[in-house]
Write a protein that binds this ligand. Structure first.
Ligand SMILES: [Zn+2]
Ligand SMILES: [Zn+2]
Length: 110
């Protein structure tokens, strides 16, 4: 007697997988990754709910749209005074890392 398993093959979503992540995807990842939140919350507290680049202000309920950018690019450098952090909205952060570097912004958090 064999235990047959059904494999679920996903339909390729018209090449979307290989294309750039949408803002929605990024936001979803951010919300799901709790490991980002420790210094993130801190940075938001220090610098306020405002994007350092476009000066867009955010409500508490919209604060998942704000991300922490590391000024020196080193995600391990998290001084408690927030001097290496910059709050950027997801749009500006995308812009800041326009060459796909935002991908390892998330990958490096492990
Ligand atoms: Zn912005
Ligand atoms: Zn960044």
């Amino acid at each position: 007697m064999r235990d047959k398993r059904f494999r679920v093959y996903r339909k390729p979503a018209s090449g979307r997988r290989d294309s750039k992540k949408s803002i929605d995807d990024i936001v979803r990842e951010l919300r799901n990754s709790s490991r980002v939140t420790d210094y993130r919350e801190r940075s938001l507290k220090i610098h306020g709910l405002i994007c350092a680049k476009c000066a867009r202000e955010f409500d508490y309920k919209d604060r998942h749209l704000l991300t922490v950018h590391h000024k020196d690019g080193n995600h391990m450098n998290n001084p408690p005074d927030g001097s290496n952090w910059e709050n950027l909205c997801v749009y500006c952060h995308e812009d800041e890392h326009s060459r796909g570097l935002l991908g390892d912004y998330f990958a490096d958090e492990k």
